[in-house]
Structure formats: structure tokens, C-alpha cells
Write a protein that binds this ligand. Structure first.
Ligand code: HEC
Length: 128
């Protein structure tokens, strides 16, 4: 008799645990369903401004080409002094360059690229 009643108690506790767990699962589902689209929305809107993922060749250089060619690119008169196909030029001359890129999105992408490199990713020692 004694054993049976404690078994029943145990079963009851187990049932309560199950209900609690199911409740937690439902809440968790609910939360993740309502949050995930928001996060994805944000990522879809600004993939290029994520500070540590800006790629010079793919994202920065096209901006420089569209604004500053031909002069700062091969064959241009400023290519020997300020070549804009080199990431170090962009980083080392950032104030003058940011001043000249008026488009807000392009400017903030450049700022993030410069920040990202000032935070320690700068390539070592090439460029005068
Ligand atoms: C029509 C040719 C031409 C184009 C296009 C051009 N530049 Fe220049 N750039 C020059 C010349 C010439 C100089 C050197 C004379 C001077 O300092 O103004 C120069 C100098 C500079 C300098 C160094 C002097 C300073 O004021 O800081 C920077 C930085 C610069 N350019 C950035 C840019 C950027 C950024 C773009 C694109 C938005 C651009 N340039 C487009 C010809 C050009």
C-alpha cells in the first residue's frame, strides 16, 4: 500500500513536470516564431554594414570605381599617388575620401570598413 501511494505521488509529479515542460515548449515556440522574422528583416536590410564582414573588393572598390574613376584607377593621373584599388589607401586617407563620398549609404559603408580595419584587421606594412 505504502509503495503504491508513493508511486501515485511520483506519477502525479511526473504529470505536472510534463505539463510544465509542454508549457515551456509552447512559450518557446511562440517566442521564436515571433522574433525570427524581425531579426531576418534587419539582416536583409543592412547586410553590407555589418562591421566585420565588409569585403574590400566586393563592396568598397565598386563604390570607389563609380565615384572616383578614372583618376584614381589604373591609367588615371592620381593612380600613382592615391590608388583606390588598394584597401590601405582608403584606410590611410579616410578623412579626405569620406568628405568626397556624398551618398549616405556608401559613406556609412566606407566608415564601417575603415572602423573594421582600425580595429585590428589592417594588413601589415605594405603601402607607403
Ligand atoms: C577628375 C580626376 C579625379 C577624380 C574623378 C577624383 N580625384 Fe581625387 N584627386 C585628383 C587630383 C588631380 C588630386 C591631387 C590634387 C588635389 O589635391 O586636389 C586628387 C587628390 C585627392 C585626395 C588627396 C588630397 C585631399 O584633398 O585630401 C583625395 C583624398 C582624393 N583625391 C579623393 C578622391 C575621391 C574620394 C574621389 C571620388 C569621390 C576622387 N578623389 C575623384 C583627381 C581626381
Amino acid at each position: 500500500m505504502f509503495t503504491t501511494s508513493s508511486d501515485v505521488n511520483y506519477m502525479l509529479q511526473f504529470q505536472e513536470m510534463k505539463i510544465l515542460l509542454i508549457g515551456i515548449l509552447i512559450l518557446w515556440k511562440f517566442c521564436s516564431v515571433s522574433k525570427v522574422p524581425g531579426v531576418q528583416d534587419m539582416q536583409n536590410k543592412t547586410p553590407e554594414t555589418t562591421a566585420d564582414t565588409i569585403d574590400f573588393a566586393k563592396q568598397v572598390q565598386p563604390i570607389m570605381v563609380s565615384n572616383c574613376s578614372p583618376c584614381h584607377f589604373p591609367g588615371g593621373k592620381m593612380y600613382s599617388r592615391l590608388p583606390f584599388d588598394k584597401d590601405t589607401t582608403i584606410i590611410n586617407h579616410s578623412p579626405g575620401i569620406l568628405k568626397r563620398i556624398k551618398n549616405k549609404e556608401q559613406n556609412s559603408l566606407l566608415q564601417n570598413f575603415i572602423l573594421q580595419n582600425k580595429n585590428g584587421l589592417r594588413k601589415e606594412g605594405h603601402e607607403k
